[in-house]
Design a protein around this ligand. Structure first.
Ligand code: SF4
Length: 342
């Protein structure tokens, strides 16, 4: 089958997702051929479908992938993730062509704080500095003083003078984690959330802990269950040393090292693919099997093939926004331990 025959089969289904092509050997050959023709590097986020992770040149969290994008010799970056991640890659690599297989792959967390809302919030607190999680649009990053990831949010806030008022957004669970860890009460937290992570509740965690009493817990601090995990540890239901608050990048390193037979994982379910590859001897179980990000899953085999064949969808960021956003990201990197985000 030729690329054009495969392309003829692609259509947007009633859910608005590119479909019609399965990840067969022919698909693999065509994707690789087209990527070579374009001198493109394929980057895939840890939450992508297994077929997309397996064909990518690199798999990782959003910031690690953006760094790879900035360093690559490839002319084109194909970012298999959600839109704000591809924007971050473009901000850090303004001279490269950045493509996303489906520009409609958004993010409920990034959408929970718009640039207009942030501008109004800043106007209410003129002396405050803005610390934004990396899961934000380029326009929000452009109004941000310093970005942070889930690995370094606490360090970024600690690097600011103790008396400095801070606006922290958009994730309320990460904000609560930062407040708790720094003990500061001058942090205003935006009430945003990711609907996927918020769906991983304390009740699901409690149930899984009861079913797997010996298991370690890998918890992403954006999860609705993050507070429950700390509570369960506090009351002795789970020993503190078995609760690990980790970014997605840190989860992979911990997975490779763990000697536990079972690990409960509280984040998006796509993460399990890389964890199982990192340590096949361990039984990695999702705290909530239904925690799948519908936006990440819009990057289908059909969407990737179409992207490489027609050179769409291209991601652009206005220059003045990109300059301000880049400064916010670079200030974070200068603080050190930029680690990883989602
Ligand atoms: S899992 Fe949540 S935060 Fe991550 S991309 Fe999906 S909607 Fe956004």
């Amino acid at each position: 089958m030729t690329a054009s025959t495969l392309l003829d089969q692609i259509y947007r289904n009633s859910d608005g997702v590119w479909t019609g092509v399965e990840p067969t050997d022919e698909w693999v050959r065509e994707v690789r051929r087209l990527a070579k023709e374009r001198n493109a590097v394929i980057l895939a986020h840890n939450y992508e479908l297994p077929a997309i992770q397996d064909i990518a040149d690199y798999v990782g969290d959003s910031l690690a992938l953006s760094r790879i994008a900035a360093e690559t010799d490839a002319d084109t970056i194909v970012f298999c993730g959600v839109h704000f991640m591809a924007e971050t890659a473009k901000i850090l690599s303004p001279d490269k062509t950045v493509l996303i297989p489906d520009a409609q792959a958004g993010c409920s967390l990034a959408d929970s704080l718009s640039a207009e809302e942030l501008a109004e919030w800043k106007a209410e607190h003129p002396d405050a500095l803005v610390v934004s999680y990396i899961n934000t649009t380029a326009a929000v990053k452009g109004l941000t003083d310093v970005c942070c990831t889930s690995s370094n949010a606490v360090d970024v806030v600690k690097s600011l003078p103790e008396e400095q008022e801070i606006l922290f957004g958009p994730d309320q669970f990460l904000g609560a984690h930062v407040r708790r860890e720094t003990g500061r009460d001058n942090i205003h937290v935006w009430a945003g959330e990711c609907h996927v992570h918020a769906g991983i509740s304390g009740a699901s965690l409690q149930q899984q802990v009861e079913e797997h009493p010996e298991a370690d817990l890998f918890i992403h601090p954006e999860c609705g269950c993050a507070n429950s995990a700390i509570y369960l540890a506090g009351e002795g239901t789970v020993p503190t040393d078995r609760v690990h608050m980790l970014s997605t990048g840190e989860m992979i390193s911990e997975a490779a090292k763990t000697s536990q037979s079972t690990v409960l994982v509280a984040t998006e379910v796509g993460m399990l693919h890389q964890l199982r590859k990192a340590n096949p001897a361990v039984d990695f179980q999702a705290v909530n099997n239904r925690a799948a990000c519908p936006y990440m899953k819009m990057i289908t085999p059909a969407a990737l093939l179409r992207c490489l064949a027609v050179g769409a969808d291209e991601v652009t960021v206005e220059e003045h926004t990109a300059i301000a956003a880049r400064q916010a990201v670079e200030r974070m990197i200068a603080i050190g331990n930029s680690g990883s985000g989602e």
